[in-house]
Structure formats: C-alpha cells, structure tokens
Design a protein around this ligand. Structure first.
Ligand code: FES
Length: 154
C-alpha cells in the first residue's frame, strides 16, 4: 500500500459511521418537528355569534330567516329558539317548506322542529343557543348547539 492509496474503511468503521449518520438524521428530523410545535396546525375559525336585534322586533308566533347567518329564529309563547338552516347532509342551505324544511340539493326533508323526515341527511337540523347581549339584543351562537325544545325567554 502506497502513501497515495486512500485509507481502507473496514466493515466495522463503515457500520459505525452509517449508524451515527442515521442517528443524526433522525435527531435532526425530530428537532425540526419540535420547532414547529409552537405554531398551531389548525387555526380557530371566526366566532359565529350573531346579533339579531332587540326581542321586541319579533312578534309572538313569528319566524324570521337570517339567510346570511344560515338560521331561522322563531318566537312562540315559550320564548325564542333558533334552528340552523344548514343541511346536515352536505351543508346546502335548506329552505322553509309547507311543513318544515327542504333541502334543494339532494332532497332531504325536515319537520318544523328540524327532525329528519326523509332523504340522506344523517341527523336533525341543530338548534342553536339564543341569549342576549349587554345592550339587550338577541344573540344566536351558531357554534353552540342546544337540545331540541330549548327556549330562551325574555
Ligand atoms: S346537502 Fe341537503 S340533502 Fe344533501
């Protein structure tokens, strides 16, 4: 062996270097993953709380569709309640029908309380939380579902 020949790497040295290289690559990947942890992968969406106005503007027995907010506000003798008008099948906006709600997309039908009476919708239209703001206006929180039959009385 002359002085110009490259040094021979024996099997033990090669395996040691390969395992050390693999270990360092794994540690680098783990460190890169840990640096991403402080940044949330999912950001919260906008809060869906809607001010609908003073209760006095809704007469007993009324129903008011808020198309931009995808909900219908009802007032009966027991109080206010709101039902989402977003179809529980694939999210189309349902329309009021003679006896409830009907979805124009795939034909789901719901009764006047949002219960499914036909079509592919897997669950009833949600009832949404109704409350009042500090200034007295009614607020519907579309992110909070409440049990069917829940009323907000003023
Ligand atoms: S989105 Fe309403 S039935 Fe499909």
């Amino acid at each position: 062996m002359s002085r110009l020949d490259p040094p021979r790497v024996n099997r033990r040295s090669f395996l040691t270097l390969a395992s050390l290289g693999s270990f360092l690559a794994a540690m680098g990947t783990a460190a890169a993953g840990m640096l991403r942890l402080p940044n949330p992968a999912v950001l919260p969406g906008p809060v869906r709380r809607f001010k609908l106005g003073p209760p006095e503007q809704f007469s007993a027995g009324s129903e008011t569709a808020f198309t931009d907010q995808n909900l219908v506000l009802f007032r009966d003798d027991e109080g206010f309640y709101a039902i989402s008008s977003t179809c529980t099948h694939l999210g189309c906006t349902v329309a009021r029908s003679k006896d409830g709600f009907a979805c124009p997309c795939h034909g789901s039908r719901f009764n006047s309380k949002g219960g499914v009476v036909g079509g592919p919708a897997p669950r009833p239209l949600p009832w949404l939380e109704v409350s009042r703001a500090a200034n007295g206006d009614l607020i519907v929180n579309a992110d909070n579902e409440v049990p069917e039959g829940t009323r907000y009385s003023v």
